[in-house]
Design a protein around this ligand. Structure first.
Ligand SMILES: Cc1ncc(COP(=O)(O)O)c(C=O)c1O
Length: 413
């Protein structure tokens, strides 16, 4: 429904913008070098949806399909693995450049480190990435999940040898606090994908780790002689969006910088309300964040990332669940010879939002505020595959979460 879509455009002027000191091309090189030393490493595919672009009246649409990342069905492992690598490098007094995969998993390193337990809170994807990295290093891992988490996601984490439980009655942010308490009590290492005052080093490394995919996307686009005019990024706490926004803002300066749009579920739109308030404070969403976009169900913006987003994200969008469901169906049912993409609820949020904004007459004002037109070359990132297999089918096969009844009449373009 129209009222479910909201937009705030950024009014930060150039003098107010922060320096990109912790997320830029140089640090991305380090993250990329680290990740590409893994035997599982391959750049994920960049898919061109030419027929869809024609139908939507834009020049081109490119989608980076992160379901192929390290066989884990989501991009998140890029952050957790880099943070763990950086943590170990610091512990051993090494530069991360001197700790490629072979050395990281060596007996020599394990003997020096002894036993470590890594702990994290997760909706699923981040925890799976941390559990995977801990498993590769033959270290221990404890993962805490919020109430309502999919059992399939929990079981995927357990399969990597981690101790993993779903907490009844705790939301994501409460699970983060519980994980932090356990870490302090037991001297475990907390590897969390969000930051707060006093806990900023590991989240910063996680943000840097995510930027590997941005570098890949930029190079893949350049190979096709393409420069994106728009990039849309889904946000939970905003760490992923910070990594990608920071990288692109650092490598494409001035007029070349693409228009960057953040997309959040209306029930967990903490970055959106923070941008909307524009009062120099961070604003949280509390309570049960009941959205199908489980990976984006976070109520507290990442403190280290927010200044980057406030400076370089051009628009903040708040969208309904029906948009994400539509995105999943569009990706799964391509036009003509466009490539099929299997994208989960959080992965497809940006495609769903874009499709409705480009097609619905009643969203024309938002389209104009995003400066979308026939010259737009759009980059989206499908950040996960069908990480909740059963729910994926409910949406794509059985049509769960379709929009309201007069929907047909709104698709007028
Ligand atoms: C599939 C997926 N996409 C996007 C995000 C958003 O990342 P962030 O919380 O860093 O904003 C998540 C977070 O878990 C996710 O699982």
């Amino acid at each position: 429904m129209t009222e479910s879509y909201k937009i705030v455009t950024n009014s930060t002027n150039d003098e107010e913008k922060v320096d990109l000191d912790f997320i830029n091309e140089e640090v991305t090189e380090k993250a990329y070098k680290f990740h590409s030393s893994f035997p599982q490493y391959n750049p994920t595919p960049l898919v061109e949806l030419k027929n869809l672009a024609t139908m939507f009246g834009v020049k081109d649409i490119f989608v980076k399909d992160e379901s192929y990342r390290f066989g884990l069905n989501a991009f998140k492992v890029l952050g957790g693995s880099f943070a763990i690598g950086k943590y170990i490098a610091e512990k051993l007094g090494l530069d991360i450049d001197d700790l490629p995969y072979e050395k990281l998993i060596s007996k020599e390193v394990k003997d020096k480190l002894g036993d470590i337990t890594f702990i994290t809170a997760t909706d699923g994807n981040h925890g799976r990435g941390v559990a995977w990295a801990a498993h590769e290093l033959q270290q221990n891992c404890v993962v805490i999940m919020p109430s309502g988490s999919a059992l399939e996601r929990r079981d995927n984490i357990r399969a990597l040898g981690a101790k993993c439980d779903i907490m009844d009655d705790l939301n994501y942010d409460e699970c983060v606090r519980l994980a932090n308490k356990y870490a302090e009590e037991n001297d475990w290492v907390m590897v969390q994908d969000t930051a707060w005052d006093g806990y900023e080093e590991i989240p910063t490394w996680i943000i840097q780790g995510y930027s590997t995919l941005a570098k890949e996307a930029k190079e893949q686009l350049e190979d096709k002689n393409q420069l994106p005019t728009h990039i849309f990024l889904q946000a939970g706490v905003g760490s992923f969006a910070t990594g990608v926004t920071g990288y692109f803002a650092s490598s494409y300066k001035g007029d070349k910088k693409p228009f960057m749009g953040l997309v959040e579920p209306e029930k967990a739109n903490c970055n959106f309300i923070t941008a909307e308030a524009n009062d120099g404070k961070i604003h949280n969403v509390t309570g049960k964040m009941d959205t199908i976009m489980a990976g984006l169900a976070c109520g507290e913006p990442v403190t280290v990332g927010w200044p980057v987003l406030k400076s370089y994200a051009d628009a903040f969008l708040s969208i309904p669940d029906s948009a994400a469901a539509r995105g999943m169906r569009i990706y799964g049912n391509p036009l003509k010879d466009d490539t099929r993409i299997i994208s989960g609820e959080s992965g497809a949020a940006t495609m769903g939002a874009l499709s409705e904004i480009l097609q619905r007459k009643d969203l024309e004002e938002i389209k104009n505020k995003l400066h979308l037109d026939e010259n737009s070359v759009i980059l989206l990132i499908s950040t996960e595959g069908d990480t909740d297999f059963a729910h994926y089918r409910k949406v794509v096969w059985d049509g769960y979460y379709t929009n309201d009844e007069d929907y047909q009449y709104k698709i007028m373009r």
